[in-house]
Design a protein around this ligand. Sequence first.
Ligand code: NAD
Length: 495
Amino acid sequence: MNSKCPLYINGQFIETAEKQNIINPSTGKVIAEASLASDKEVDLALASAREAFDRGPWPQFSLIERKNFIFRIAQGILDNAGMLAELEMQNTGKPIKETTFMDIPSCAKTFEFIANNFIDYLSQEEVNVSSDAKGKIIREPMGVVVLIVPWNYPLLMACWKMASALAAGNTVILKPSSLTPLSALELAKIIHAAGLPPGVVNVINGSGVKIGQALCEDKRADMISFTGSSEIGKQILTYASKNVKKMIMELGGKSASLIFNDVDLDVAVNSSLTSIFLNQGQMCTAMSRIFVQEAIYDSFLDSFVQKAKRIKLGLADNPETQMGPLISDAQRKKVIAYIDKAKAEGAKVICGGKIPENPELKNGYFFEPTVLVDVGVHSHIFKEEVFGPVVLIHKFSGSDEAASLANSVDFGLAACIWSQDLYLAQELAGNLNAGTVWINTYGAFYNELPYGGFKQSGFGKELGRQGFLEYSRVKSVIIDQSAENKPLVNYWYGF
Ligand code: NAD
């Protein structure tokens, strides 16, 4: 058991008296004991990030110096990739193949990408505003940025935020989910080894309920970048309103995949399985509503269910495993409650819907891939995020109906369109209330492309130029250029 999981504040590793057992969801066993922050450590972290921003060297470093630090963090992640993949697998229950080939390399790539591009993104603009004046549009760091991340992609979400926030010259406080703090606490060690000045990065593990309000209300924080549920996002908005902070809100989803008659059925089925069952369905962009055009509905459903039944559930450390456990017993209970409610509202379970019987899995929080049909469009499961391996499959006739079904929920995070008619698909993409639309593909995120939702899926972007610029503020500077150096406004008083 890794007993040393201290917080990281002002360049120091700090053990606290209050600890939390960290559970491996595959086995239900305790794998670590992590320090928990109280209001005292929140105060220390805010003071340290503030001091590092106001008086430390970080915001004053040249862009090249900051670039070198960001590269060193990327290299540190790569040097520790095996250990991080193992840790993320143990802490989240994600299959080891996923953490090894997806999560951890993507973390390093984001730091690398930002290091390679942020200097261009920060380039200063000059505007000739009149014959007598020149304007400059200057990008500055926001200041102290609080980064709050969820448990489904613990390190990746932290890295998306941190790479941009640091490169833009901010200092940060990262708060991982108290269910999955281990990789973030290891990232603190990598950052320490990369030589960032004390206070530039602080990592405090703690219960959101206990320390969230203090962290988000405090005047010393200038910005909050939150990824998590819409429910908690709404609470954070109220905390942040107290002192009016800049925010990025990456919230929940109930995304729709629209599958047209002309698709290659195998490709559409296989990709649709990934789009809901990857990471046990615990993805904000999970395609938890699949709409299939009438002519292929029966064959799609039949093939989807046959293949869903063949998905190999297993312990996360087994390289053969295709689906691991849910994050916790509480999450599994929430999923089961949703299915029970859906059944009471008339839905039929045609695949899964229960805890697997395999005795090897009995101590973990496993749940079978689940397919529902006959789901009413007004039922809870049609509209609310389950965050588990549960999909509903529904029929549509034409593209107007498909768009209307996709748009009929309060979320607007992502969507998929499957059709060989690229004209129709692109036109439809324009009509969808979704911040990301994949056409004939699913799940690829690019550092070049901004990502973020609409409606109750939040606002603001991560990644891409737009995502990077969220972590900066814009200042206009106006320089008088009049021939006699007598700005026009002076004539008002006739001096
Ligand atoms: P959550 O909202 O319960 O928690 C997210 C984070 O907020 C955690 O660190 C938690 O400790 C903290 N928190 C909880 N209460 C808080 C409070 N009162 N004040 C401040 N912080 C508080 O979400 P979760 O269960 O960890 O993650 C799942 C959710 O995250 C899903 O809804 C999913 O859709 C969403 N998510 C969204 C994206 C996206 O990019 N849009 C990505 C990943 C996950």
